[in-house]
Design a protein around this ligand. Structure first.
Ligand code: NAP
Length: 400
């Protein structure tokens, strides 16, 4: 288990790598070895050790020996994530609750670096539709340049956007929060961009079509235009540092945003090269709910992960207006969860498993129902288990 350190590291710094099973030389008693290297050589040494089959237990700043793994964060700085609680891998628990995580474990995750009164002004780099021909509505992937500022974030966080213009009361528009769809390194891996997945909100009111203020602003904003950004915020949806964790993801529509970031971190070749301390080896299982096939988001990326990592990535779709559930109605994500409830429950029973839910709140009751049935079949009560999972920091929900 590797954890990240929020400490800042100077170029003359030395680092201590603690490792086990180093195949390059005889292991000392207990199989634990410590290697001190200059910071500038850390990434190269780390990669070489991993390739040699060594199990890296941790990396610390200086000559001490507690576990902490620095990793390049945005703009090459040290990563802003703090250590997360250790979780055993693949070990069945008596009940679906892991070790309680200390809230303090996330204390170093960056929050509110830019506040509404003094937002960071980013610049749009690209703004492209994510939909295929025949899709319903408008969903865009918007990437913004963060260079020149200090807006750092990690996977699973959100940023605030202040749309241009004034509200009806003559005051500036309020902030709207959007889940970040990129990893901390950004889509270009340079660590100085952030991407969002935005659906244009449209609804009818008194026979009139209303466009959402901020979602329309974001879907229309052209490359080169400035955008006022606040945050980052949120610690509910952070990914565990455990490379052997199992990660179950349930997303409806643009609720895919954080999952897209997790999956890039896990499987994108460029990302993996940027994260020598995080070579995901667990199981990632994505459930994705969209109305039609052309509405599937980031499909090419997910298909490429399926090809490259068939043993680690599983992808189950609920295409509501094309597929039918067992009762003949629209196929929603909760119906897929009910189909696989036993498998999901067995996974949740491992204390290395985390479940993430993002999107429409309406999916929650159906997911609970499926888990109630799976728990009852084992003589267990979901109403007792769910709070335990939540307390253990393994049940992550961000629904609207
Ligand atoms: P969408 O494309 O309109 O819908 C996604 C899918 O969910 C569709 O297949 C839809 O089916 C289905 N659906 C509708 N009602 C459902 C229900 N009760 N249970 C399960 N599935 C249901 O989605 P979207 O416009 O992108 O929006 C997704 C939602 O996620 C929005 O409310 C957005 O605000 C929210 N969101 C939240 C976060 C966050 O919490 N951080 C981030 C991003 C988005 P049908 O349309 O065919 O009925």
């Amino acid at each position: 288990m590797h954890v990240l350190s929020a400490a800042s590291f100077g170029p003359s710094q030395v680092m201590t790598i603690t490792l086990q099973d180093f195949s390059g030389s005889p292991a000392p008693a207990g199989g634990i070895r410590r290697l001190t290297v200059p910071l500038v050589q850390l990434q190269a040494t780390y990669g070489r050790l991993l390739r040699s089959g060594a199990k890296i237990l941790g990396v610390t700043n200086g000559l001490t020996s507690t576990a902490a793994m620095p990793e390049s964060g945005p703009a090459g700085s040290s990563a802003p994530v703090s250590p997360q609680p250790a979780q055993s891998s693949g070990k069945p628990a008596n009940k679906p609750a892991g070790k309680a995580p200390a809230k303090a474990a996330h204390a170093n995750v960056p929050v509110n670096l830019y506040k509404p009164k003094a937002p960071f002004v980013g610049k749009v780099i690209s703004n492209d539709s994510l939909l295929k021909e025949g899709a319903i509505g408008r969903v865009n992937h918007v990437t913004m340049d963060l260079s020149g500022g200090d807006l750092r974030y990690v996977e699973g966080q959100s940023i605030g956007i202040i749309p241009d213009g004034l509200a009806d009361n003559g005051k500036p528009h309020k902030i709207r929060l959007y889940s970040i769809a990129s990893t901390r390194h950004g889509d270009n891996l340079a660590g100085d961009t952030v991407s969002l997945c935005v659906r244009q909100l449209q609804y009818e009111k008194d026979g009139e079509r209303i466009n959402g203020v901020c979602s329309t602003f974001l879907c229309d904003v052209p490359p080169g235009a400035p955008v006022k950004i606040t945050g980052p915020v949120g610690k509910e949806m952070l990914l565990p540092e455990d490379e052997d964790a199992n990660v179950i993801m349930l997303a409806t529509g643009t609720g895919i945003a954080p999952m897209r970031a997790y999956l890039r971190r896990m499987f994108d070749p460029g990302e993996r090269a940027r994260n020598p301390g995080y070579a995901f080896r667990g199981k990632a299982w994505l459930f994705m709910g969209v109305p039609t096939t052309p509405n599937l988001l980031y499909e090419e990326e997910f298909q490429s992960y399926l090809s490259a990592y068939p043993d680690n990535f599983r992808y189950t779709k609920a295409i509501s207006r094309e597929q039918k559930n067992s009762e003949g109605g629209r196929m929603y994500i909760q119906h897929r969860v009910a189909e696989y409830a036993d498998e999901i429950f067995n996974l949740i029973n491992l204390d290395s498993t985390h479940l993430y839910m993002c999107g429409l709140r309406g999916m929650e009751p159906g997911i609970d129902e499926a888990m109630i049935t799976a728990a009852a079949a084992r003589g267990l009560e979901w109403k007792t288990l769910r709070p335990q999972l939540k307390k253990a920091g393994r049940w992550h929900v961000e629904t609207y």
